[in-house]
Design a protein around this ligand. Structure first.
Ligand SMILES: Cc1cc2nc3c(=O)[nH]c(=O)nc-3n(C[C@H](O)[C@H](O)[C@H](O)COP(=O)(O)OP(=O)(O)OC[C@H]3O[C@@H](n4cnc5c(N)ncnc54)[C@H](O)[C@@H]3O)c2cc1C
Ligand SMILES: NC(=O)c1ccc[n+]([C@@H]2O[C@H](COP(=O)([O-])OP(=O)(O)OC[C@H]3O[C@@H](n4cnc5c(N)ncnc54)[C@H](OP(=O)(O)O)[C@@H]3O)[C@@H](O)[C@H]2O)c1
Length: 241
């Protein structure tokens, strides 16, 4: 059984009315970058959140969106420095590089808050050591939701990160229009990244379950298959709902 640990909010940064990042002081947790943990204000209403911080960072960080009718997220968005947050003692999840086989190119493809686990992974040394190319794809509705610009700018300067963005509900210079599956099918996503997405790639997908389904369908058409420990493949997914 998981124990509940008591954390304290250090900062709640609001990127937009709906998007927020919580930084939380809590007893040390052991996890691998890409994993999640349940958080709560009271035990009965707990939800999984991916870590945004690197495992060695003692301050926990979570990136969330307000789902207006949701039982927990609107309350998390209102937390202030000093408020209590419960954190479960048992991080979990398989969207981690120790489960990903060797490949030339690692694609990390996300919608909305699905970028969170990839930011944790990118804060570690492992992707740069293991893969020749690393591509981060982030699709959002509006340009203002392309968050963590400072961190991504630092990664672009210090590593060979390739960063591709989509903005679906307004015109945004520098971002692709529309959705990931269509841009994968017609070649726009690979062109923007400057590397091919083929059998020499591993694709990690995270976020909206419809994006996961539609993107996997395109990948399977190309001959890629879901990765399983006993039957290695090219696709690893984590659905946020
Ligand atoms: C493994 C895992 C990791 C997760 N990590 C994160 C994370 O890092 N950040 C985060 O914000 N959420 C994350 N989630 C979702 C999170 O657990 C909650 O569902 C979310 O915060 C909404 O909580 P709620 O109680 O307000 O509404 P819920 O009752 O949990 O959800 C209501 C509805 O809101 C929509 N929804 C839920 N989550 C999202 C989302 N992230 N973006 C857009 N729409 C959503 C879905 O339609 C869902 O049916 C994760 C979920 C899973 C399973
Ligand atoms: N984003 C906001 O402005 C906002 C503000 C307040 C509250 N919320 C709440 O947050 C939730 C939505 O969060 P979100 O905007 O982060 O997530 P989202 O609805 O999953 O949208 C994120 C991105 O994923 C794309 N997408 C959706 N379905 C897809 C599919 N089948 N294949 C490929 N791409 C797909 C969207 O494109 P499309 O645009 O084409 O769908 C968008 O570019 C809702 O509950 C909403 O009420 C959102």
């Amino acid at each position: 059984m998981a124990k509940w640990l008591e954390g304290r909010v250090i900062e709640n940064r609001h990127w937009t009315d709906a998007l927020f990042s919580l930084r939380v002081e809590a007893p040390r947790l052991h996890f691998e970058a890409g994993q999640f943990v349940r958080i709560a204000l009271e035990e009965a209403v707990a939800r999984p959140f991916s870590f945004v911080n690197a495992p060695e960072d003692p301050v926990l960080e979570f990136y969330g969106i307000v789902v207006p009718e949701g039982p927990l997220s609107p309350r998390l968005a209102q937390l202030r420095a000093g408020d209590r947050l419960l954190v479960a003692s048992n991080p979990a999840g398989f969207l981690v590089l120790s489960e990903v086989p060797d490949a030339d190119t690692l694609w990390m493809v996300s919608t909305g808050t699905g970028i969170a686990p990839f930011l944790s992974i990118l804060r570690t040394e492992t992707p740069w050591r293991r893969f020749r190319n690393v591509v981060l794809v982030h699709a959002v509705r509006h340009a203002r939701e392309l968050v963590y610009g400072e961190l991504i700018g630092k990664l672009l300067r210090e590593h060979s990160l390739r960063y591709v963005t989509f903005v679906s509900r307004e015109t945004a210079p520098g971002s692709l229009a529309g959705r990931i599956p269509a841009a994968l099918r017609d070649g726009r996503m690979e062109k923007a990244a400057g590397v091919p997405l083929d059998g020499s790639s591993h694709v990690m997908l995270c976020g909206n379950p419809d994006m996961l389904k539609d993107t996997q369908a395109v990948l399977v058409e190309r001959g890629l298959r879901k990765h399983r420990r006993r039957n290695p493949g090219h696709i690893t997914v984590e659905s946020f709902w």
